[in-house]
Design a protein around this ligand. Structure first.
Ligand SMILES: NC(=O)c1ccc[n+]([C@@H]2O[C@H](COP(=O)([O-])OP(=O)(O)OC[C@H]3O[C@@H](n4cnc5c(N)ncnc54)[C@H](OP(=O)(O)O)[C@@H]3O)[C@@H](O)[C@H]2O)c1
Length: 235
């Protein structure tokens, strides 16, 4: 297994929800963290170990990914892993003419992560054990509601990004894992109740999954982790 040993991890959307849980878990494990958030006052670097930084990052900005990557390299001189977590969900179905929401989901859930991977790829290649953990969704694997078309489409694209990273980075030791959870107990789905007798997944459970994916050696790559809180047929 790979040990944290001060490895440097960039986490997007680390100020709340799953991203915050991942940052807390990785800080406890001994990783050095570069936390990309829209509002840098939303968190304190000191809460994430002795050697964490908080950097402005808006996934919709063309230049934010390269600026965040540059700031990370200036501080740590290396990048070992990315956790692509920042995301948004708006209800856009077949008959909804909500172009702005559709474009925002495409930007934040797909193009932003792509720009970040592109910016960090040279550093990930250089370390020989680069890792990308992509927080996708079960909505990137199957469609259960017509009203979720826009989000689902952006997450199917996000899953394709994970597999493209695996293909493009394999020979340089880069391994990518898509984590695809069902309902996780965060602000994003606070308006959705878990069906009777069922539960939402805790952000901490997803954080533990991300930490596990980061720990696997090059010869044990896990491409996708599907995380269910209830029984469903996947294929
Ligand atoms: N909750 C679920 O049921 C669930 C299930 C499967 C997958 N996911 C995925 O898990 C990831 C995290 O979601 P969550 O549940 O933790 O949601 P959340 O609590 O709503 O947090 C979303 C995070 O994304 C950030 N973000 C949103 N737009 C951004 C932008 N333009 N630039 C940079 N950061 C931005 C938010 O920052 P601000 O605080 O600045 O808004 C926040 O940190 C998302 O990719 C989501 O699609 C969630």
């Amino acid at each position: 297994m790979l040990q944290p040993n001060n490895r440097v991890v960039m986490i997007s959307g680390a100020n709340r929800g799953i991203g915050l849980a991942v940052a807390q878990a990785l800080a406890s494990a001994g990783y050095r963290l570069s936390l990309g958030v829209r509002d840098v006052n939303a968190i304190n670097a000191g809460d994430f170990g002795d050697d964490a930084i908080v950097v402005p990052y808006d996934a919709t900005s063309d230049s934010a990914a390269s600026a965040w990557t540059k700031a990370t390299l200036e501080r740590f001189s290396a990048i070992d892993a990315l956790v692509l977590n920042a995301g948004v969900m708006f209800p856009v179905g077949i008959e909804d003419e909500k172009e702005e929401e559709l474009d925002t989901m495409w930007d934040v859930n797909f193009k932003g992560p792509l720009r970040l991977v592109r910016a960090a790829f040279p550093a990930l290649k250089a370390c020989g054990h680069g890792r990308v953990v992509n927080v996708v969704s079960l909505s990137g694997k199957r469609v259960m509601s017509g009203g979720n078309l826009g989000y689902s489409a952006s997450k199917f694209a996000s899953l394709s990004l994970t597999h493209s990273i695996r293909q493009s980075g394999w020979d340089d030791g880069i391994r990518a894992t898509a984590i695809c959870p069902g309902l996780v107990d965060t602000d994003m789905v606070s308006h959705v109740s878990a069906p009777d007798g069922e539960y939402k997944i805790t952000p901490q459970a997803i954080a533990a999954t991300a930490a596990y994916a980061l720990s696997l050696p090059n010869e044990a790559s896990v491409a996708e982790v599907l995380v269910n809180s209830r029984l469903e047929t996947m294929l």
